[in-house]
Design a binder for this molecule. Sequence first.
Ligand code: BMA
Length: 365
Amino acid sequence: MPDESSAYKAPVQRQWVPECLRALPDAVHDRAATETQEDRRTMTSQAPMPWQDRPAGSSAPMWRNSGNPIIRRDLLPHSNSIFNSAVVRYEDAFAGVFRVDDMTRTMDVHAGRSADGLVWRIEERPIDFAPADARTAHIQERFVHAYDPRVTWLEDRYWVSWCNSYNGHGPTIGLGWTTDFSTFTQVENAFLPFNRNGVLFPRRIGDAYAMYSRPSDDGHTPFGDIYYSESPDMIHWGRHRHVMAPVPWTWQSTKVGAGPTPIETAEGWLLLYHGVLTSCNGFVYSMGVALMDLEEPWRVIARSHDYVLAPHAPYEQVGDVPNVFFPCAALTDGDRISVYYGAADTVTGLAHGYLNELIDFARRR
Ligand code: BMA
């Protein structure tokens, strides 16, 4: 009889789950395990999306909400400005992560709730991210500044990506998640400094999580292309691919950066993005639209020749940074789309349109 206790035993093969995903509370884990993604989607908000019809006589590809700016700069007692913010459906209503610059001009991200997507209750205190593991806390400490958040429902939770001034080493892509917009967990930064505009895809591409980002510099960055990266676990990012560059002598000649979470359509991912022109009075930020290949989203199928919306309204032209139209989030309802954008680095606006018209607009010459 062989002595079984001394015989080699192959290690039990377990499916490897990264620390950041394992940290999901048991209740949420159980729910995620028994519900399909579609169940979760249909369980989420049935609240009507904020919407206004196209104004009579307009043929523009998108139009502004007549209540703009929907979030004013001084909504909070200590806020200097509230802009470049992310909104999603949550339960029977809406929730979001908001960029709030306070009166010391510290940039930070705050959670907020709304019944209708128009009137917002934003927390006075910034989000206090709990580190996913002790190493994250030790290595990263709390960021110095956080700004320009995006929020993406991905599999079983809402992921937040933001521009994270990592311990003073310069901007890069911060990542964290929440299931309830009350408690938030931070995982390690996705990339090295300097990088901005990290925007996650709402599903895996092949078997990998995917993100657009825009490598930058430590300042106001007079250049910038969009890149695509993949990760097996939301921690390790690679397979970096170039996506799109600025177009000389146009509204998007200086730099481009992804805006809201890409929207899946039958014809491809619809990507709203910002494009920047350098005028004799500084940068001008406008919004464009592109259609990206569904399975290889680094491939551009079509890209708008003209801007979709540019800073033409007074609250987009006048503010702490003039002439900025900076989209960070979109809600959809069938073919309708409502886009949340930062205006003049000061207030938050809302614009409306139709997906099929935006796809046509991306293809139009
Ligand atoms: C970018 C970012 C944005 C800002 C824009 C215009 O570099 O910092 O937050 O809206 O500049 O100032």
